[in-house]
Design a protein around this ligand. Structure first.
Ligand SMILES: N[C@@H](CCC(=O)N[C@@H](CS)C(=O)NCC(=O)O)C(=O)O
Length: 118
C-alpha cells in the first residue's frame, strides 16, 4: 500500500464508533498516524482549537491542518490517498446507497448510543 508523506494525527476516544470508522479507513489505506486520546470530560485546549465548532472527536490533523466530522474525514482520506483499496465503490448508484446507509447509521444507531450513554 502506498503512503503519502505527511504527518497524520487522529484525535479520538477509544469508545467512539465514529472514531473507529476513521481508524479503519487509515488502516485500510496503510496510512501511518499518531493516536491522540482525548478525555471528553476534560477536553484539551489543543483539541478545542482544532474543532472549535462542534468540539467533538474524531479530528484528523494532516500536516497541521485539522478536519472534523467522521464522514468528511473519510472523504478527505479517500481524496488525499487515492490509492487502493478504495473506500467508496466506483458505481455512482452504489456510492449513493453507501452514503444513505452511513447517514442512516449516524441518525439512528449513533443517536441511540449517545442517548444510552448520557
Ligand atoms: N457527526 C459526528 C459525531 C461526533 C461525535 O458525536 N463524537 C462524540 C464521541 S462518539 C463526542 O466527541 N462527544 C463529546 C461531546 O459531545 O462533548 C462525526 O461523525 O464525527
Amino acid at each position: 500500500m502506498e503512503e503519502k508523506k505527511g504527518e497524520v494525527v487522529l484525535f479520538r476516544t477509544w469508545a467512539s464508533p465514529v472514531c473507529t470508522r476513521v481508524e479503519i479507513a487509515l488502516k485500510l489505506k496503510g496510512i501511518s498516524y499518531e493516536y491522540a486520546e482525548e478525555d471528553l470530560t476534560n477536553k484539551s485546549e489543543l483539541f478545542l482549537s482544532l474543532n472549535p465548532v462542534h468540539k467533538k472527536v474524531p479530528v484528523l490533523v494532516h500536516n497541521g491542518k485539522s478536519i472534523a466530522e467522521s464522514l468528511v474525514i473519510l472523504e478527505y482520506i479517500e481524496e488525499c490517498w487515492n490509492t487502493t483499496p478504495k473506500l467508496l465503490p466506483e458505481d455512482p448508484y452504489q456510492r449513493a446507497k453507501l452514503r444513505f446507509w452511513a447517514n442512516y447509521y449516524d441518525q439512528k444507531v449513533i443517536r441511540v448510543l449517545h442517548a444510552t450513554w448520557s
